[in-house]
Ligand binder design. Structure first.
Ligand code: SF4
Length: 410
């Protein structure tokens, strides 16, 4: 590895990603005219199964993130509140329903009419109950079926009885989905989709693991953008091609000593949801403090080591139950310990997202326990994924500055 570091500009690969994502959104719109049915899927739902059945697969959480990143959410959330969805529940849900009610979406900036209407909505409660409530709103609205998988939460050991139960639930979706898709599930197609998904996940993992290098060539903030294809296009060869390109660029960057944050001094782990409307500001602040946010639970949540084309249902069940968000406190703690070691982290930032208790892991003493065990300081930032009324920029800035000073004094 080179001994000097050079600052990184943008990734060359990003322009391919923009084209790829643009085509994905356009295809969602044109698919129905070509006889394709549309399935809405939660971000860690059974996307492989839906793709193998020939559906257009649409992920409304991705739309929620777009509403946050474009800061459209603030105007839209009150519309959902007025319809009885509490300001305290998931702000992806309230932003998205507000967007539907107002008929305004970032899709229109891409000259597309809006998110595609669902023929079926397919959830997995592995992440939270909100996704089911969210999908049921649209099921009532459009009078279309809403089906899904009820995964237990706070899981410790993933024993066979849990995996068998979830695998049976996934398999039971097939006869419900086939008549909507207008085709029978082809096992060979399912295997092929699983294989692409597996390759995508392996490459995405390798991309994120380049951040174990010092200096890191990629940060959490880059990851929130680069993860797009891993979320919405897993199970396609296009996503595999994209991550081959991005990984090659990052490996070259590591060889050249390219630094995502010039003169990297400290390395931080981001635990919890992104604050979508403030990514640029936070990225700039951390860079000015010569601090790289090198890893996060969030971006790593689309790594599914268990996917196995030879055993699709059980391996999907295992992959989607192993997810951090549905694990017990002790399993989460073990995971974070490994991540701190792997990415050589100096401190952990916990984002306490007001409307997502499911993905806020500072509320049951985790920061204190890990600080004691790992001798790494922590900082809790109060905010939200989409509702910026719940985030005090000034307070966050001051707290981050003080936290980095604390690291410098150690
Ligand atoms: S995990 Fe949190 S952000 Fe994601 S859908 Fe559930 S409540 Fe919303």
């Amino acid at each position: 590895m080179a001994t000097t570091t050079e600052p990184r500009r943008d990734f060359e690969a990003t322009k391919h990603m923009k084209a790829l994502m643009g085509k994905y959104y356009a295809d969602l719109t044109t698919g129905p005219a070509q006889g394709k049915k549309t399935a809405w899927c939660t971000s860690v739902g059974p996307a492989e199964l839906l793709r193998a059945l020939g559906f257009n697969v649409y992920f409304p959480e991705n739309h929620g993130a777009m509403l946050g990143a474009t800061r459209m959410a603030a105007d839209l959330i009150p519309l959902a509140n007025a319809r009885g969805f509490s300001p305290d529940i998931c702000s992806y849900l309230t932003s998205d329903i507000g967007s539907y009610l107002k008929g305004e979406s970032p899709f229109q900036k891409m000259k597309l009419p809006g998110p595609p209407r669902a023929d079926v909505l397919v959830f997995n409660t592995n992440q939270c109950r909100d996704v089911k409530d969210w999908f049921q709103f649209y099921a009532r609205e459009w009078k279309v079926p809403c089906v899904g998988i009820h995964t237990p939460r706070s899981l410790g050991e993933l024993d066979d009885s849990i995996i068998e139960d979830v695998a049976r639930q996934i398999q039971a979706l097939v006869p419900q989905l086939e008549p909507i898709a207008g085709q029978k599930l082809d096992p060979a197609k399912l295997r092929a989709v699983m294989e692409w998904s597996r390759q995508c996940t392996d490459l995405w993992k390798a991309v994120l693991e380049t951040a174990a290098q010092r200096p890191t060539p990629i940060t959490f903030f880059d990851g929130t953008i680069q993860m797009g294809p891993a979320v919405v296009l897993r199970g396609t060869p296009e996503a595999v091609d994209y991550y081959c390109t991005l990984l090659a660029e990052l490996e070259q960057g590591v060889a050249n000593g390219t630094a995502a944050v010039p003169e990297e001094r400290f390395r931080i782990y981001w635990e919890g949801m992104p604050i979508w409307g403030k990514l640029r500001d936070l990225s700039t602040q951390f860079a000015s403090l010569r601090t790289a946010v090198v890893a996060s639970t969030y971006c790593n949540s689309w790594i599914f080591d268990d996917l196995d084309p030879a055993d699709p249902y059980r391996s999907m069940a295992r992959a989607y139950c192993r997810l951090f968000i549905c694990r017990s406190e002790d399993r989460k703690e073990q995971y974070l310990e490994q991540m701190v070691a792997k990415f050589k982290v100096d401190g952990i930032l916990y984002h306490d997202a007001k409307t997502c208790p499911n993905n806020s892991n500072n509320r049951y003493q985790m920061p204190q326990r890990l600080e004691q065990k790992l001798s790494r300081p922590y900082l809790v930032i109060n905010g939200d994924l989409n509702d910026l009324r719940l985030y005090s920029e000034e307070q966050a800035r001051t707290n981050i500055e003080a936290f980095i000073e604390q690291l410098a004094e150690r």
